[in-house]
Design a binder for this molecule. Structure first.
Ligand code: SF4
Ligand code: SF4
Length: 337
């Protein structure tokens, strides 16, 4: 089944256009470059592999979904959910063959966001892209070993699917004012990738935990955004979120010049009040030293560079639109915790 993007789909984020608009790639950090090299030169080659000739048949869609989620966790996912793919989830000009997306998320380390923007936070952004890449590549290899085709949608970009509507439908959380998904426990400090396949699987549902409603009375991310890219009000022409609210629309022409020249910025994530700090600060990794953490990051507010207006409007990435929920939201925590 070949599925094409529909008229509601935005263009894929045109990284080259955007970097050209701010004078080229200027962030050069040795660890960042190493992760980029590992992703492009090693992980990209492992997106495909042999498919077992004999197909494993699951007894039920629920069993298939449970097995896939269990494996995703084994391969390093902190959260995982399943949803159907709709044409509006596919970037304009792209197409997919698969019916289901397995969304995986991994939390980022709070200790690396104690100062934002910083080299530490930039490296953490790339580290999580690499580790998530390993998770989706291993999950895809396991699915192929069961005799099913699948495709890797890597978190770093140039994917066929829009990660945000997929994550919302998979029950990861709600869309925040800052344009990122807020998970009830992880807050917004996590990243997503996915594997798409046509294994018949039970799907999760979007959630309504009151997070989007809270954003209407909280403006922390807007106040701390140095580029003033986060809006005061919801935009009636920016599409709806999965709860049917008008979306907050980030001004990418203001955000990207700052993001691209200030260590991938990320200020709006650690300042978001939905970071559960008592959980986030207890984030020791095996072998890591114990690091004292603050409840609120130190925010370095450099003056914003000029807005990027040179990018053609038809290649500007208006933030993802969510046009359908397939099933309505449920008032609870995400399904797979
Ligand atoms: S990444 Fe930085 S510039 Fe962009 S919206 Fe967030 S705080 Fe603003
Ligand atoms: S900082 Fe406040 S307004 Fe911004 S996304 Fe988080 S909860 Fe919503």
């Amino acid at each position: 089944m070949l599925m094409h993007a529909d008229g509601a789909s935005p263009p894929a984020f045109s990284w080259d256009h955007w970097y050209a608009s701010v004078g080229g790639r200027s962030i050069s950090i040795a660890e960042v470059n190493e992760y980029l090299k590992a992703i492009h030169e090693d992980q990209y080659k492992r997106f495909n592999g042999p498919i077992a000739p004999e197909r494993h048949v699951f007894a039920t869609a629920e069993e298939a979904s449970a097995a896939v989620k269990s494996k995703a966790k084994e391969f390093g996912a902190d959260i995982v959910g399943v949803c159907l793919i709709e044409p509006s989830d596919i970037y304009r000009g792209r197409s997919v063959n698969e019916s289901h997306a397995i969304a995986v998320g991994q939390r980022m380390r709070w200790t690396e966001f104690q100062v934002v923007p910083s080299h530490a936070s930039a490296v953490e952004c790339l580290r999580i892209y690499w580790t998530l890449g390993e998770t989706v590549i291993q999950l895809a290899a396991w699915i192929r070993s069961l005799g099913y085709t699948c495709a890797v949608e890597h978190p770093i970009g140039d994917s066929d699917l829009l990660h945000i509507p997929i994550g919302l439908k998979a029950g990861f959380g709600e869309l925040g004012r800052h344009g990122s998904i807020i998970h009830p426990e992880l807050g917004p400090l996590f990243r997503m990738g996915s594997v798409i396949t046509s294994i018949p699987m039970a799907v999760d549902r979007p959630i309504d935990a009151g997070i989007a409603a809270f954003c209407d009375s909280c403006k922390a991310c807007r106040i701390y955004c140095p580029a003033k890219a986060i809006p005061d009000h919801r935009n009636p022409v920016a599409g709806k979120d999965h709860l049917g609210n008008d979306r907050y629309q980030i001004d990418t022409g203001k955000c990207f010049p700052y993001f691209a020249t200030h260590n991938y910025c990320s200020i709006c994530l650690p300042v978001c009040v939905y970071n559960h700090k008592e959980w986030a600060r207890d984030f020791p990794q095996p072998g890591d030293p114990v690091v004292a953490t603050k409840l609120f990051p130190e925010v370095v507010m450099h003056a914003p560079p000029p807005e990027a207006t040179a990018v053609p409007t038809d290649t500007r990435h208006q933030f993802d639109r969510v046009t359908s929920t397939i099933e309505g939201p449920k008032k609870s925590k995400p399904a797979d915790e």
